[in-house]
Design a protein around this ligand. Structure first.
Ligand code: SF4
Length: 80
């Protein structure tokens, strides 16, 4: 899973860093930035989902077009 953050939308509420302190850093005014390239390790995915859901201005989203989970047939991204 990979996430992205819109610094244009971010309004400095800081809830993302409260939910996922390993993924977001806040500047001195409370505006967020991603720590790293937005890649989320499996053990951080629940925190990332909470950050996405709880951002009041929807500044955080999942990046589309990443690697898809394998299907039963073992083909990544094949229609189900
Ligand atoms: S929760 Fe949203 S608005 Fe608040 S700091 Fe994080 S990205 Fe910005």
């Amino acid at each position: 899973m990979k996430i992205k953050l819109s610094k244009t939308l971010c309004d400095g509420f800081g809830t993302c860093a409260a939910h996922a302190p390993g993924l977001f850093a806040l500047d001195e005014w409370g505006y967020a930035s991603l720590m790293g390239d937005g890649s989320v390790s499996p053990d951080q995915e629940a925190n990332a989902e909470r950050a996405i859901i709880n951002c009041p201005v929807h500044a955080i989203s999942k990046e589309q077009g990443g690697r898809q989970p394998p299907t039963e047939a073992g083909e990544p991204g094949a229609p189900q």
